[in-house]
Design a binder for this molecule. Sequence first.
Ligand code: UDP
Length: 362
Amino acid sequence: MPNVKYRLANIVLKMDSEKKILILGVNGFIGSSLAWKILKRTNWKVLGMDLGDSKILHCLQEKNFTFHRGNALEETGWIESAIKECDVVLPLIAIATPSLYVKDPLRVYRLDFESNVEVVKMCVKHSKRIVFPSTSEVYGLCPDAEFDEFESNLTLGPVAKERWIYSCIKQMLDRLIWAYGKHENLKFTLFRPFNFIGPKLDDINNPKEGSSRVLTQFAHNIINGKPVKLVDGGKQKRSFTFIDDGIECLLKIIENKNGCADGEIFNIGNPGMEFSIRELAEMLVELIGTYPKYAEAAKNAKIEVVSGDDYYGKGYQDVPRRVPSVKRAEKILGWKPTTDLRTALKLTLDYHLLGKDYELSQ
Ligand code: UDP
């Protein structure tokens, strides 16, 4: 049994200034956790937009939260007036699942690129600060031991490997925002999440083979007696970051004490949590085995090796490893990740297997 030392923050921080934050995609993995933490820890107001509200039901009762249900591709008028009335804009709407980059690159392009370009332009037009989600994917196949925001090269595979469309889109948006910052005074911060994990990542009871993130897919397969599929043997590594650590960092970015985050780029990740995908699978089998209802399923878990082409299609190319340098966030924001992988997995499994949501006690 892992020793769950995770302590819930119970101090309500009254941040020095009141702000109104617009979160587009507030019902997503990052958006829902961010909205909740803002409402619990600050006196800021949140205006959120999304297609659905399944992950923000607990936010809906909060007096500082306003929700608008809508489709960002169709409601640009609403988005523009929301931007006008807010101080900080977080456009979190995007498809961020590798299999969809390969299967439906045009859908990824329309949603992730075209609709976000409009949001960036509206922020320029109305002089609003944008906190934009770049991605660890922008570093692509960069060989550096740790990726540095201002030094590492962004290295992508060939065009025929469609996996890179997402990385390329995000890189272009990073460069566009950077240029607007330099030439038209756009106030911005770019942040790059590294494999965030946590309870509300995807639904483990309803994953779509090949289109859910690895943790969700593995947990689903183990508890349902399906084989865990290790793409290309599972030697590839990721640095997993517990959502709560990531959100703490985002809170500091939004707070922007003395303008410290203006014009900055921050990796948000946990360099100490680098594990291979095989190690992740093995740890999940072990942890799931500690829940009495699933002990038998964990004991019988099977691990299979599959090729990337078979699992995702020909346009797939994997990233062998991806480790962030978080020195910049530490130096400028005074932030460091603190949650280890076992704790992060345990809290995620408690949510899915026991219905316990650590966020609600915050
Ligand atoms: N992966 C795997 N089996 C699965 C799903 C994913 O081996 O059922 C691998 C995938 O090839 C990649 C890693 O797990 O190397 C992480 O995949 P994920 O979709 O979580 O996102 P990525 O880190 O690639 O953006």
